[in-house]
Write a protein that binds this ligand. Structure first.
Ligand SMILES: [Zn+2]
Ligand SMILES: [Zn+2]
Length: 394
C-alpha cells in the first residue's frame, strides 16, 4: 500500500503537466495525430509493447507473465468548441477544445502506465492500455475493437472512467448495471405531391403528413411500450416547403432515439417504421426512412461491482463510492467494449466545490485537477485487485 501511494505521489505533478499539455493541443476525432504520437512515445519510453491501431488509436501492453489481462481505456479526442476559460493552459487551437475532460483521461492513463511499470515485479499478468480516438463521434471504440484491441492477448476485464463535474472531487460514481443509453439516429423524408395551394385536391401535403407522423411517433411512449420502459424520441430538426402558396412535396425530419433497455431498442425501428408507413399511406404519400444504430447501451458487470464494493475503502484519496441510481441518457462508446468483455465504467468526481464549474461541452468547462490523482489510484487499485496473486500490494 505504502509503495503504491508513494509512486502515485511521485507522478501527480507529471500527470497534471501532461493534462495541461493535451489541453493546449486539442484534436478532433480521428485527427488525434499529435496526441497519439505523444502517447505512443511515452509508452515506448516505459518499454511497453506499443501498437498503433485504426489510425490514431494506441495500445500499449505491459507484459508481466502468466495471469489475467486487464484492459484500461482512455479517450483522447476533443470537441469543436471555442474555449472561453481564462486558464494559462487554454487551447492553442482555434475552435477546438477539450471540453469533456478527455485530456484528463489520457493523462491519468499515462500516469497509471508509469506507476504499474514501476510495480511490475509484483504483477502476474498483463495490462493493456487502450487509447482511443473519436469517442465524441463518429466513434473510435468499434474500429479499435475490430482492429484487435481486445485480443492477443485476450482482455479478461476492461475499465474506463469519465471525469464529471456533477460529483465533487473525492467521490467516484458507479452504476450497478446500466450506465448510459443507446443513441440511434433517424433521418426521415416524408414525400407528397406538389401543387398550388388553391387546389389541395390535386396535391399531397408533405407538411400536414409530416406533422401527423411526428405526433403519432410520440404515442410510442404513451401507448406502445410498457409504463416501466421509456424511450426518448426527439425529433430535433424539420425542413420542408418552398413558399406560402405551394403545397410541399417533401419534408425532412431528423431525430435521436434513446433507451436504456437493449430489448426495447431492438423493437423500436419496427414500431417507428410501422407508424411512418401507416400515416404516410393514409395521406397517399410515401417516405424514406434511414434508421442508424449508434452507441449501444452501456452495462456494467454486476459481478465486478460486487467485487469492488467490499474493498473500495482501501483506495487512497477516495472519500466515497457513490452508487448512482439512474443511468445517463447520454451515450458512451465504451459500451462496445463491454459487449465483448465484462468491465466497469466509473464517474470520476472532479467538481471543485469552492469555485464555479461548468458542465461538460460548455466553453468554460474545466475540472479540479486534484481528481487526476484519484483517477490514477482507482485504475491502479482495480488492476491490482484483478491480478489475484498480489493481495499484499495494497
Ligand atoms: Zn463529451
Ligand atoms: Zn466525454
Amino acid at each position: 500500500m505504502k509503495q503504491v501511494v508513494e509512486q502515485i505521489e511521485l507522478i501527480e505533478e507529471e500527470v497534471i503537466e501532461l493534462r495541461r499539455e493535451f489541453h493546449q493541443y486539442p484534436e478532433l476525432g480521428f485527427e488525434e495525430e499529435r496526441t497519439s504520437r505523444r502517447v505512443s512515445d511515452y509508452l515506448s519510453n516505459l518499454n511497453l509493447e506499443v501498437e498503433r491501431l485504426s489510425g490514431t488509436g494506441v495500445v500499449g501492453l505491459l507484459d508481466c507473465g502468466v495471469g489475467p489481462t486487464i484492459g484500461l481505456r482512455a479517450d483522447m479526442d476533443a470537441l469543436p468548441i471555442t474555449e472561453q476559460t481564462e486558464v494559462s493552459y487554454s487551447s492553442k487551437i482555434d475552435g477546438v477544445m477539450h471540453a469533456c475532460g478527455h485530456d484528463g483521461h489520457t493523462a491519468i492513463l499515462l500516469g497509471v502506465a508509469k506507476v504499474l511499470t514501476k510495480l511490475q515485479d509484483k504483477i502476474r499478468g498483463k495490462i493493456k492500455f487502450v487509447f482511443q480516438p473519436a469517442e465524441e463521434g463518429p466513434g473510435g471504440a468499434l474500429p479499435l475493437i475490430e482492429a484487435g484491441a481486445l485480443i492477443k492477448p485476450q482482455v479478461d476485464n476492461i475499465f474506463a472512467l469519465h471525469i464529471t463535474n456533477k460529483l465533487p472531487t473525492g467521490v467516484v460514481g458507479l452504476q450497478k448495471k446500466v450506465v448510459s443509453a443507446a443513441a440511434d439516429e433517424i433521418d426521415l423524408i416524408v414525400k407528397g405531391k406538389s401543387g398550388h395551394a388553391s387546389t389541395p385536391q390535386d396535391g399531397i401535403d408533405a407538411i400536414v403528413t409530416a406533422s401527423q407522423v411526428i405526433n403519432a411517433l410520440q404515442t410510442i411512449n404513451s401507448r406502445k411500450i410498457s409504463p416501466y420502459q421509456k424511450a426518448v424520441i426527439n425529433l430535433g430538426t424539420i425542413k420542408g416547403g418552398y413558399r406560402r402558396n405551394v403545397i410541399a412535396d417533401k419534408v425532412k425530419v431528423t431525430g435521436t432515439i434513446r433507451t436504456t433497455d437493449p430489448e426495447l431498442r431492438d423493437s423500436l425501428p419496427t414500431m417507428i417504421e410501422r407508424i411512418v408507413s401507416g400515416v404516410t399511406a393514409s395521406q397517399g404519400g410515401d417516405y424514406q426512412l434511414d434508421y442508424r444504430k449508434g452507441y449501444p447501451v452501456l452495462i456494467n458487470s454486476t459481478k465486478l461491482v460486487e467485487d469492488l464494493e467490499n474493498t473500495i475503502s482501501q483506495i487512497p484519496y477516495l472519500e466515497q463510492l457513490k452508487f448512482l441510481e439512474l443511468p445517463s441518457m447520454g451515450a458512451e462508446d465504451f459500451a462496445y467494449y463491454l459487449q465483448q468483455v465484462p468491465g466497469l465504467f466509473f464517474r470520476l468526481g472532479a467538481a471543485d466545490i469552492n469555485s464555479n464549474y461548468y458542465p461538460a461541452h460548455h466553453p468554460k468547462f474545466n475540472f479540479d485537477e486534484d481528481a487526476l490523482k484519484i483517477g490514477v489510484a482507482l485504475f491502479i487499485y482495480i488492476t491490482l485487485q484483478r491480478i489475484k496473486d498480489n493481495p499484499t500490494v495494497f
